[in-house]
Write a protein that binds this ligand. Structure first.
Ligand SMILES: [Fe+2]
Length: 255
């Protein structure tokens, strides 16, 4: 069994005090990581599924200061608030891996780039779909596929307008590879745990403010920051939980 951490939508700014939807993204990430590393000590990798920064290139330096000292790979993909080229440049050092496919502990993590310039929603361009297909063809390992944008409807009208475009092409590839065990995303700032056929589906709340699930219009939820842990078994089974960081909520309402 191998443990993996997922944190997502950190939305960092270049300075520590930056706030998004009332939450100081820097201190809520700190509180989230403190709790995550205290609870899960034997993790083999950290997944960061997009929106590392909030439209602020200087946020990558802060991101590096949070994650740069980790001794395990930090697998990152861009979200709509990222700048992929700057992200690649600023995180072109250990322990970061940007996109790609990575074999870790008997599992293959396929990290997709769904960034679509000028759009809040996402798209997997032809080359990225081909890369997904190739990565799954080349490795027989249990696969976890990660992307920023949701590839299924979340039952929330405004969010479903800014999900992944052309989900059919994506699912056609996933369906062609029976060793895909899970598809994991960020972007929706809420917890979701479902299935599609034999594939587990996971969305993970932000390390900052959350969105209200099932809301037709944009609405912020009052739930605290969160992260997700995965236990990935050698036979392909997955146990996973979302951990809400209540201590961060206290800080949030106190400020
Ligand atoms: Fe996003």
């Amino acid at each position: 069994m191998m443990q993996i951490l997922q944190v997502t939508d950190t939305h960092l700014y270049g300075s520590a005090g930056g706030r998004l939807r009332g939450v100081e993204t820097d201190s809520s990430l700190q509180a989230t990581l403190d709790e995550a590393f205290a609870r899960v000590q034997n993790y083999q990798a950290v997944l960061v599924t997009g929106d590392l920064v909030q439209d602020d290139k200087a946020g990558y330096l802060r991101f590096r200061s949070f994650f740069g000292g980790l001794k395990k790979p930090v697998l990152c993909i861009p979200g709509n608030h990222d700048e992929p080229e700057v992200m690649r440049k600023e995180l072109n050092c250990e322990p970061f891996r940007i996109c790609g496919a990575h074999a870790i502990g008997g599992w293959n993590f396929v990290m997709l780039d769904s960034y679509d310039p000028g759009h809040v929603g996402g798209r997997l361009v032809k080359n990225e779909l081909a890369r997904l297909d190739a990565a799954l063809s080349e490795s027989p390992l249990h696969a976890m596929v990660c992307l920023h944008h949701h590839p299924i409807a979340m039952g929330s009208r405004w969010l479903d307008g800014v999900g992944l475009a052309d989900t059919e092409s994506f699912w056609k590839i996933i369906e062609a590879h029976s060793h895909v065990r899970a598809v994991v995303w960020g972007h929706v700032h809420q917890a979701f745990d479902g299935t599609r056929g034999n594939v587990r589906l996971f969305a993970t709340p932000s390390t900052g403010a959350q969105f209200l699930p099932k809301s037709d219009r944009y609405a912020v939820d009052s739930r605290p920051p969160a992260y997700r842990s995965f236990e990935l078994h050698a036979d392909g089974r997955i146990d996973s939980s979302v951990h809400w960081v209540e201590s961060a909520q206290l800080r949030q309402t106190a400020s």
